[in-house]
Design a protein around this ligand. Structure first.
Ligand code: NAP
Length: 329
């Protein structure tokens, strides 16, 4: 397998390289791709070094799979060129997610939709992936009517510029700003850009991508997305109203049985998910599971995951593994 990693020098791209290596991905040649300013840089992978190339060179090399994480504009312009050359693109940007011609995939939920004709496959938004991992087994059992989610999102979700901004602020130095305000000792009710409806794009991704992945337009999601000065992962406070009655023990069991979920929920000994412990792990962690006594059939819980791993790199690489295992590339 010849694999291109487009955006290899970025936040998600560098975790993709790490995850490919950790999972012993069946790769014979790595093609690291970035912008013109990085062409010629050396990338270490295993015991070898690979040179960063530009997009045009990468298309000509005809990789079997290209893992894209280089922003929406790059995906819109270049994913079709890779696809035309016979490469299957798995894209981490929002460019193709809501396009009805393209599948939006979390392997544990809907990989079975994939066929050999899917040449551009969309990876969902990081905060959507961890939310849906926990919603799916509960939706199957009790049918979700409405979800109210508030996110507490890591600065790594904004890319290398945001991590640099926080480091500069820690050090008391000035530099490029990824956000309109300081992030150190702050919380910004602002992830991605504001839309005319008063919500940010990140908030609307949670609403729209949920319906597409569950294949169910009746599931209503309302979201508030907050950026906080944390690096290990995103956290979500989630309130879920079901149409059917549930038992808390059954909720815990269904979540524990779902692949990729770890339940961490024992308030008696202060056990609950936190981003410092989720960092570097592939699982989605769920805790603070409790009935909402303010209305019937309603549950509260807290979901944490490393946004660069299951929220981006790991999910994309699981899709690639599924394609290979099922001979779809
Ligand atoms: N961070 C997350 O948690 C997360 C989660 C899910 C999805 N995503 C998505 O993944 C993408 C990348 O995010 P990131 O956080 O990794 O950003 P980042 O740290 O800023 O990295 C961006 C990468 O894209 C490359 N790039 C930029 N413009 C390019 C161009 N014109 N041609 C080729 N390469 C180009 C950069 O190369 P240079 O180093 O040469 O500039 C770099 O490798 C975004 O679409 C983002 O929405 C991010």
């Amino acid at each position: 397998m010849k694999i291109a990693v487009v955006g290899a020098t970025g936040m998600v791209g560098s975790v993709m390289l790490k995850v490919l290596e950790e999972r012993n991905f069946p790769l014979t040649e790595l093609i690291p791709v970035a912008s013109e300013k990085s062409v010629g840089k050396k990338i270490k992978f295993g015991d070898k070094e690979f040179e960063v190339v530009g997009l045009e060179t990468a298309v000509a090399m005809k990789p079997e799979i290209a893992l894209f994480s280089a922003g929406g504009d790059t995906s819109l312009a270049w994913a079709p060129k890779f696809a035309e050359a016979g490469t299957t693109v798995i894209d981490n940007s929002s460019a193709w997610r809501m396009n009805p011609k393209h599948k939006l995939v979390i392997p544990e939920i809907n990989a079975d939709l994939l066929t050999a004709d899917d040449k551009i496959i969309a990876n969902p938004n990081c905060s959507t992936i961890q939310l849906l991992m926990a919603l799916k087994p509960l939706h199957d059992a009790y049918n979700i009517k409405r979800v109210v989610v508030s996110t507490y999102q890591s600065i790594t979700g904004t890319g290398v510029k945001a991590v640099k901004q926080l480091e500069n602020e820690y050090a008391g130095e000035s530099g490029d700003m990824a956000y309109p305000y300081p992030i150190h000792r702050n919380a910004l009710p602002h992830c991605d850009v504001f839309q005319d409806n008063g919500y940010t794009k990140e908030e609307m991704k949670l609403t729209n991508e949920t319906k597409k992945i569950l294949g169910d337009d009746s599931v209503n999601v309302t979201a508030t997305a907050i950026r906080i000065p944390v690096v290990g992962g995103h956290s979500e406070s989630v309130n879920i109203e079901f149409s059917k009655e549930f038992e808390e023990g059954d909720v815990r069991k269904r979540l524990s049985d779902f692949p990729g979920i770890t339940v961490q929920d024992n308030p008696a000994v202060n056990t609950y998910p936190m981003p410092i412990y989720a960092e570097g792990k592939d699982d989605v962690f769920v805790g603070r599971i409790r009935r909402d006594h303010s209305q019937p059939n309603t549950l509260n819980m807290w979901i944490v995951a490393d946004n660069l791993r299951k929220g981006a790199a790991t999910n994309a690489i699981q899709i690639a593994e599924y394609l290979i295992e099922n001979k779809l590339v």
